[in-house]
Design a protein. Structure first.
Length: 491
């Protein structure tokens, strides 16, 4: 734990929260703001108070999100570019190769309906992180894109509501602005339900269900967050099912018309089986299949292929999964590539921070030398989504030394570390209070994206996620036990 020093001058709000740990946890439980670990439920970890964020800078990046979403979708459809740019990485990375092989086989008229639930994560880059104006004199820079890992939207909405009550009880304004910016649960649910109804209309389909696919060999850490989305979808008249990937490998199938079918789980009140023994899947909402461990056997790759080849709407799609890889974050930072996929390249490029190739070339060697000369300023990232995959500090130095003459180095990218403002806050997690301590934050923007052919139906931001961690931590992420859910206090 990094205890506060006298050098931190940024504003702090945590002392305005006078609730006890028990009161905070009861509040969280009453709203269903829970996670699952060790077979038990516990209140989601949160900060005692929201973190100050300059609204003008927040709004500027928020307005950028639709252009960034369209840019990623446009790039994902450029088959020649995707295949040529990913093949080298795929030679060294079996996980990437699995997605690329499916992508190559997709027909050119694929994806009549495209649904994306995105979260693009940013940090506020400042030159003086402990100064009184650190949160006012910098700019947000992109950390990474997220698709399946775009979780905790419903939980963060609940934490924002709690922080609003903290501000109100302290007689501080600003809580209403947090509420105005946050409608994540409804945003996710409406987009998924709209995709479902478009599917039924387009394919004259009946007995359709939305399937949330999870993993049955990993604990459902975000079960409650996921269920809030499904509850919202069902409120809009859509049937939902939660199925594991293993269940779908054993019981799901693609029929001759390209429809993905799973057995019906209900019988009529008479006890007789329904005439149609199958549900047709309209939308797959994936909460798994974004790590190599999610594909323990070839049958799981076969399932992912069948899902993508079916008429069902996959969220995310294989093309979106590919452009979500770190390689494309690096490539989009290049002016000539960015200009191919967006009519506003000058606007979009402002979001990118220094990302460098580590291919086994002279350029890659120079970049590796930069990291070796000053390892505290860089992070080494593989083509993976979610936390816990990166190499930092001495671990990065060892990895670079290990791969010095190995072409496997090319499956990583190098990124300059962002230096965000340092704030004092307290954490409430696991039934205990931690701090006050020095913290830094990451701001994610949740978006929904729905496209029917060439027509964009939805492309808008539905709310922010602020995750805050001890300044001494490298990795982030609530699920890996490092960060707590926070919310913005707009200034």
């Amino acid at each position: 734990m990094t205890t506060p020093t006298s050098g931190v001058m940024t504003p702090t709000l945590h002392h305005h929260n006078t609730d006890t740990v028990s009161e905070i946890e009861l509040h969280m439980r009453s709203r269903g703001l829970l996670n699952v670990l060790g077979g038990k439920t516990f209140a989601t970890g949160l900060t005692a108070a929201p973190t100050p964020i300059k609204f003008a800078d927040y709004a500027k990046v928020k307005d950028l999100q639709p252009a960034l979403n369209s840019c990623l979708d446009n790039m994902s459809r450029d088959k020649e570019f995707i295949v040529s740019s990913l093949e080298k990485v795929a030679e060294q990375d079996a996980f990437c190769r699995g997605f690329l092989e499916i992508y190559k086989d997709l027909p050119t008229d694929h994806e009549d309906l495209t649904l994306g639930v995105f979260r693009h994560d940013f940090m506020y880059q400042t030159s003086q992180p402990r100064s009184a104006t650190a949160h006012l004199d910098g700019q947000f820079k992109l950390v990474e894109f997220n698709l399946v890992a775009a979780s905790m939207g419903c939980l963060t909405e609940g934490v924002s509501q709690y922080h609003r009550s903290v501000l109100n009880k302290a007689g501080l304004s600003g809580g209403e602005k947090i509420a105005e910016e946050t409608r994540i649960t409804d945003g996710f649910s409406e987009a998924i339900a709209r995709a479902h109804y478009l599917y039924q209309e387009k394919y004259n389909a009946k007995n359709c269900v939305v399937v949330l696919m999870d993993s049955d060999w990993e604990e459902p850490f975000n079960y409650f967050d996921q269920q809030m989305v499904l509850n919202g979808v069902e409120k809009l008249g859509v049937s939902t099912l939660r199925c594991s990937s293993t269940y779908l490998t054993e019981h799901g199938h693609l029929n001759g018309e390209g429809r993905f079918l799973i057995p019906r789980r209900t019988k009529k009140f008479t006890g007789e089986q329904d005439e149609d023994p199958y549900h047709e899947v309209s939308v797959f909402y994936l909460r798994t299949m974004y790590r190599p461990t999610h594909f323990p056997e070839p049958a799981y790759w076969t399932l992912r292929r069948d899902m993508e080849m079916s008429k069902a709407v996959c969220c995310p799609t294989i093309p979106h999964t590919i452009v979500n890889m770190k390689l494309y974050q690096m490539l989009l930072a290049q002016d000539e590539i960015l200009a191919r996929y967006t009519p506003t390249p000058d606007l979009v490029k402002e979001a990118f921070f220094a990302t460098l190739s580590l291919e086994l070339t002279e350029e890659g060697d120079r970049n590796a030398a930069l990291a070796l000369a000053d390892p505290s300023q860089y992070v080494m990232k593989p083509q993976r989504e979610g936390g816990g995959n990166n190499f930092w500090g001495e671990e990065m130095v060892e990895k670079l030394a290990e791969l010095k003459t190995d072409s496997e180095r090319g499956r990583f990218i190098l990124m300059k570390k962002i230096t965000p403002p340092v704030f004092i806050n307290r954490f409430i997690k696991g039934g205990v209070e931690v701090g006050p301590l020095e913290t830094v934050s990451e701001v994610g923007y949740y978006s929904v994206y729905l496209k029917d052919g060439k027509e964009e139906i939805y492309n808008h931001v539905v709310g922010p996620l602020v995750r805050t961690k001890d300044v001494g931590e490298n990795e982030g992420g609530v699920a890996v036990g490092v960060s707590c859910i926070d919310s913005p206090y707009f200034v």
